[in-house]
Structure formats: C-alpha cells, structure tokens
Design a protein around this ligand. Structure first.
Ligand code: GUE
Length: 294
C-alpha cells in the first residue's frame, strides 16, 4: 500500500486567506473582529493571539478583550450588547471554554446572529441543519475547504464523523449532509466503532482521545481528517507535544490524511476570518443572509 497523501493545512489556509484579503479589500471599510476571552488558560491565550495576528495580516481590524476569569456574567453580556450595537464591529467571538460561573448558552444566545462568526448561535445552528449554511462553525468550514482545495469528493461519499460536540462533530455532520454526503454520526456510545468507521470513504475524527483510530478501523484508501489536538508528554527532548486522535500508522492504510499539528487547525483560523468577511458583506448589504457561503 502506498502511504497516504498528506493534506497539509498551511498552504490551504494561505489560499483561503488570500481570497479573504481580496474580499475584505472590496468592502467600504475593513471588516473588524472582536474577540473576548475570560481568564488566562495558556491554550486560549495562544489561540486568540494566533487569530488576532492572522486577522491583521489579511487586512482585517481586530481587537482582543481580555477579561479576568472572575468577570460576572452580567458584565460579559453587557460587553456583548455593546459590540452588537457597534456598527464598526463585523464579527464577535467569545473564546470557549468559559469559566463555570458563566452560562455558555446565555452567551451564545446573546451574540447578534449576523455577527456570530463562530456559527454557534441557535439561529445559525438551525439554518445549518436545515441545509442553508450561512455563518458556519469554523472547524467544519475549514474541513470542507481543505477537501475542496485538494479535490477530494464529498457528494455521494460515505462519511463517518466520530464525535458529537456542538462545535465540531455535529456541525461537521450537518455540513457534509448539506454537501450531499451520506453521513453517519458516531460517538462514545457507538457499538463496535471500528465496524462503523471501516465503512467510511471519508472519516472525520473529533473526539479528543489520542490515537483512538487505529489502522484496522480504516478502510484502505479512505480520506481521514484528524481534528484531535491532544497535548501528551514525551515529545522530542521530553517536552509535551501535540498529537491527534488518529494513530500515525493509519497513514499506511489511508488514501489521504491530515497531520496534527499543521492540518485542520490552520484552516479553522482561516475559516473564522472568512466568516468575518462574510458577516461584513451581509452587514454592507452585499450578500443576502441565507445565500450559501460556499
Ligand atoms: N469560540 C471559540 N471558537 C473557536 O474556534 C475555538 C474556541 N472557542 N475554543 C478553542 C477551540 C480550538 N481552536 C483551535 C484553533 C486553531 C488551532 C490551530 O491552529 N492549531 C495548530 C497548532 C496550534 C498549537 O501549536 O497549539 C495546528 O493544528 O497546526 C487549534 C485549535 C479553536 N477553538
């Protein structure tokens, strides 16, 4: 078996971002992304910094509101209300996870659906499941962009998504369905997971369990998208390193596979900035809400 084709994220992200920059430049003023984070979780700090830097690189405005971990929910909701009302703000992202005293649901409901660049507001979630993707969650949008860029088919494919989280698994299943794949959504209670994943032409894994997917669970020649980002000890020099939900030996069976890091992650950021431009276009009346973003 020839080893799998590696679907590198960074060049695909660059291609998407050059389109984002061109669309941003056609607007009357640069789209602006407001990001809010509570507390100093190192991963959140690093992700938000990465998004902020990439936004500026492609000519978007960007602002980070770094609030104390102890910020009361009412204060966070008041900030969101101000950002909703501010015409200079095109997109709003509240970094997850939130501290336990803040209701994620209350926050996600509070963001104006037309500025919801994460695609987490129930209106956008509903539109996506109804087959009318508008502002699509960033990781699923990034996965579809990656597949399209590398010329991998979606329509008619047997797709298996492992993981049913509201931010990755569920919306990925909805988006693949909107693109005419035959979709199975598997999860921690799925009986004989390997028998299910072996049916997949296209396997998307978003569980957060290092090396859950082993070679015998993969159909030879399948496309495997690894969304897992797991920090595990014992990297080069004994430092913690990143590894995916898919065992490295799967590369000997799959037809195509995304690496971790350097696979889906960079596309997630690019898709966020694409959503920010889409939101700005809608607000400028250049795009009708509901006209497909793809
Ligand atoms: N409201 C909200 N929206 C999000 O989109 C959101 C969130 N909260 N909370 C956390 C998750 C996680 N996430 C990632 C983005 C980029 C990489 C990424 O660029 N990863 C690099 C490596 C990064 C590293 O070295 O840590 C890669 O895979 O190559 C990873 C993860 C967005 N999230």
């Amino acid at each position: 078996m020839t080893p799998a084709r590696v679907l590198a994220g960074p060049p695909a992200a660059d291609a998407l971002l050059s389109d984002v920059a061109a669309r941003a430049a056609r607007l009357p003023r640069p789209p602006h992304l407001a990001m809010v984070r509570l507390g100093d979780d190192p991963a959140s700090v690093s992700y938000v910094r990465g998004k902020d830097r990439r936004a500026r690189e492609v000519g978007l405005g960007s602002a980070v509101y770094a609030l104390p971990e102890t910020t009361p929910q009412a204060e966070l909701l008041a900030l969101i209300a101000r950002l909703n009302a501010d015409d200079a703000v095109s997109g709003i992202l509240v970094q997850l996870p939130l501290p336990a005293h803040v209701s994620e649901q209350a926050v996600l409901h509070a963001i104006d659906p037309r500025k919801d660049v994460d695609g987490f507001h129930p209106l956008n979630v509903g539109e996506l499941w109804a087959g009318r993707p508008t502002l699509i969650p960033c990781t699923p949008a990034g996965i579809l962009y990656l597949l399209d860029l590398y010329g991998l088919p979606v329509a008619g494919q047997r797709a298996v998504v492992v993981g049913r989280s509201p931010i990755v698994g569920r919306p990925t299943a909805a988006l693949l369905l909107a693109r005419d794949a035959t979709v199975t959504l598997a999860h921690s209670r799925t009986r004989d997971l390997g028998a299910v994943t072996r049916e997949a032409d296209l396997l998307v894994v978003a569980v957060g369990q290092p090396h859950l997917i082993t070679p015998e669970m993969v159909r030879p020649g399948a496309t495997v998208i690894d969304v897992g980002i797991n920090r595990v000890p014992g990297g080069p020099g004994g430092k913690a390193h990143l590894t995916g939900d898919v065992h490295p030996d799967v590369a000997g069976v799959a037809g195509a596979i995304t690496p971790v890091p350097g696979g889906v992650g960079p596309l997630t950021i690019a898709a966020l900035l694409a959503n920010t431009v889409t939101a700005a276009e809608m607000q400028a009346g250049r795009r009708v809400p509901g006209a497909s973003a793809r």
